[in-house]
Design a protein around this ligand. Structure first.
Ligand code: NAD
Ligand code: DAU
Length: 354
């Protein structure tokens, strides 16, 4: 049993991690989150009553607040997920990405280093700072090849550049100060509680609302999809058993073109929630202006994680997408308030070309 401080635990992946840690392990969790537009405490309702779970609202850029929370909670592990995460928003407004992803990660590292330096013996040896990052830091692939732990960094959007910078800061704190860090770079996640600005939840909700399904460009860009619960099982394996100073690729070997993903959503809904007019949801597909600087393909080779830590995804894309669509059908009470208060599905990410 360990004390795990999770930043960004009210977001999509962070809340899945917190639910997993409380439901499936004995660990205690302090969730530190600023509750930006993407943070949502209702994603934590399943664990909110647990005496192993606590929430603290704080901005990771506020180093004093972070230091106070670390000193009170005395974590064995810090898993750092808090970030601005949406590529289209980074095109329209990069400043928040620089602030949270770079300055915020610096603030977390500075507070973690002060704390770690004050530990002794077994406590000091056991401490880990785990930084959660993305495959987008490696740029774009052509038709062939995979990202590995040896791939050179080549970020191309404001989001991926800010995440690449944060990875470099984390590595520097290991090499320069000896802080025991771990980095994971994961491909596209999907699953329950996913904020509806991202492709999969946006398309499910627009299908149900009878709206056009905006596929960027020709829909030929490729993403490598991983069910979010498989990601959080990988994260747990890495902070429990990973080697400090190392990075690990996480991915589901589930490459799909964006058009294929949208067609799968349409076909699944045609079966389980047919349109009233008997037409296919595919009729709603609409090809729209491409994302500026749109990376063509991401694909992960997760062999190191599989070989060294024995991790394997439990969901295929087919089982995962079926569960996800079912969840959105059954949980309108989670996503409807978001559409009303935070984001109503409008196109983002075109300010660069306006
Ligand atoms: P998300 O946008 O759903 O959640 C981000 C969370 O961070 C929110 O709860 C938000 O309130 C919080 N946050 C933002 N700024 C903050 C600040 N300054 N201080 C404290 N909290 C703040 O993001 P996500 O999709 O869950 O991604 C989590 C992490 O995983 C990110 O670091 C992201 O780069 C990385 N990642 C995401 C994916 C993916 O497919 N979603 C894939 C690989 C890596
Ligand atoms: O690869 C990991 C990354 O995956 C994470 O680091 C990011 O945090 C996460 O947001 C995700 O980034 P993407 O840009 O790949 O995700 P998004 O859901 O925004 O888009 C997926 C693909 O679908 C991408 O090629 C753009 C396209 N797309 C997206 C939207 C929102 C569309 O065609 N139409 C849309 O409306």
């Amino acid at each position: 049993m360990a004390r795990i401080l999770v930043t960004g635990g009210a977001g999509f992946i962070g809340s899945a991690l917190v639910r997993h840690l409380i439901a499936d392990t004995d660990h205690a969790v302090l969730n530190v989150d600023a509750l930006t537009y993407a943070g949502n405490l209702s994603s934590l309702e399943p664990v909110a009553q647990s005496n192993r779970y606590r929430f603290a609202r704080a901005d990771i850029c506020d180093r004093d607040a972070v230091a106070r929370l670390i000193a009170e909670f005395r974590p064995e592990v810090i898993t750092h997920l808090a970030a601005e995460s949406h590529v289209d928003r980074s095109i329209d407004g990069p400043a928040d990405f620089i602030q949270t992803n770079l300055v915020g990660t610096f603030s977390m590292l500075a507070a973690a280093l002060d704390y770690w330096r004050g530990l002794e013996g077994a406590e000091k040896d056991a401490f880990r700072f785990h930084h959660i990052s993305t495959d987008e830091v490696f740029g774009a692939l052509g038709d062939d090849g995979f990202f590995t732990e040896e791939t050179a960094y080549d970020p191309r959007s404001p989001y991926s550049a800010s995440k690449a910078g944060s990875d470099h800061l984390v590595s520097a704190w290991h090499h320069t100060y000896g802080l025991p860090v771990l980095i994971t770079n994961c491909s596209n996640n999907y699953g329950p509680y996913h904020f509806p600005e991202k492709l999969i939840p946006l398309m499910i909700i627009k299908c149900l609302s009878g709206e056009a399904l905006p596929v960027y460009g020709k829909g030929t860009n490729v993403r490598d999809w991983l069910y979010v619960d498989d990601h959080v099982r990988a994260l747990t394996a890495v902070f429990e058993r990973g080697v400090p100073g190392e990075s690990y690729m996480v991915g589901g070997r589930s490459e799909r073109t964006n058009l294929a993903v949208v067609e799968t959503i349409c076909d699944t809904l045609d079966r389980i929630r047919p349109r009233a007019d008997g037409q296919s949801y595919r009729e709603q597909i609409s090809f729209v202006a491409d994302r500026p600087g749109h990376d063509f393909r991401y694909a992960i080779d997760a062999s190191k994680l599989e070989r060294e830590l024995g991790w394997r995804p439990q969901e295929s894309f087919e089982t995962g997408i079926a569960k996800t669509i079912r969840w959105y059908l059954d949980n309108e009470s989670w996503w409807r308030p978001i559409l009303e208060r935070n984001y109503s599905g409008e196109r983002l990410g075109l300010k660069a070309t306006a």
